[in-house]
Design a protein around this ligand. Structure first.
Ligand SMILES: Nc1ncnc2c1ncn2[C@@H]1O[C@H](COP(=O)(O)OP(=O)(O)OP(=O)(O)O)[C@@H](O)[C@H]1O
Length: 258
């Protein structure tokens, strides 16, 4: 289990304050308006940003006290943006995710390349394996980043807006894939999303965030209510139940007056 206990982090004038937990095989989604602190929270959990006191535990072990190698073995992080530098091939880029699994002086071997190719197949871009990763689209890069996190074989993965840059079909494809990996590999998954409908479809739990704090947390049907969503997004919102889906839609008349 991944536990966040009383995490506190402060930028000038902005504070994140959160307690959360996610079990293995479960997806927890952080949902909330621009600037509410989702990325800051993910970065604090992974340790790119450092809260002052221990507050993130994986299977009871303080994540921030692990050395980089141990943390990379246990936890994957898929950032929102990545700026390619050297023109490695897509396959080489994904193989780099194996670094934590091989010894410092070793080069990746044929087994590492096999695992990387497998991950590329899983995300559906094996046809790009030999292409420089500086020459692929934003959406394809997103898929390569996900493949790179998968080859680490981590116990927990944090995805920052995994659907950014993706077309409608690929948004669903990637979320289906994340759901499958989470369930099959028993990973504790935290992701951030902007679309409450996708969050409702793919999350076991949702944390609604407002102003750096958890406004509500629970199963999608507990959290995706007109009342909670209207408070967090500060517009009127309608939730329509149809079959087993909940459709979250903004009330248009009110938007026209903004
Ligand atoms: N490096 C930084 N230095 C100071 N303040 C920052 C920094 N990065 C982010 N912030 C501030 O922290 C707050 C939270 O930002 P964060 O990026 O975590 O929000 P978010 O919910 O991920 O937003 P979005 O949905 O737009 O990606 C914002 O008010 C932002 O201006």
């Amino acid at each position: 289990m991944l536990e966040v206990k009383n995490l506190k982090f402060r930028y000038n004038g902005f504070e994140v304050n959160a307690s959360l937990n996610v079990n293995k095989g479960e997806i927890l989604t952080l949902l909330g308006p621009n600037g509410c602190g989702k990325t800051t929270l993910l970065r604090c959990i992974y340790g790119i940003l450092n809260p002052k006191t221990p507050c993130v535990y994986l299977d009871g072990k303080d994540v921030h006290s692990m050395d980089l190698r141990e943390r990379a073995k246990k936890m994957g992080y898929v950032p929102q943006t990545h700026h390619p530098g050297f023109p490695y091939t897509v396959l080489e880029f994904v193989v780099m995710g194996r670094a934590s699994q091989i010894s410092t002086f070793e080069s990746p071997g044929s087994e590492d390349y096999r695992i990387a190719l497998e991950a590329l197949k899983l995300v559906g871009i094996e046809n790009l394996a030999d292409k420089p990763y500086t020459q692929i689209s934003g959406g394809q890069l997103q898929l390569a980043l996900i493949a790179r996190a998968l080859v680490q074989n981590p116990r927990a993965i944090l995805f920052d807006e995994p659907t950014a840059h993706l077309d409608f079909k690929n948004q669903v494809k990637v979320l289906e894939m994340i759901r499958r990996i989470t369930a099959e590999k028993k990973v504790a998954t935290i992701l951030t999303l902007h679309d409450p409908n996708l969050a409702g479809m793919y999350s076991d739990k949702i944390a609604l965030i407002k102003g750096g704090k958890i406004h509500a947390v629970g199963e999608p049907e507990e959290v995706l209510t007109e009342n909670e969503l209207s408070q967090v997004y500060e517009i009127s919102i309608k939730v329509i139940n149809a079959d087993s889906f909940r459709f979250v839609i903004p009330v248009l008349n009110e938007l026209k007056n903004h």
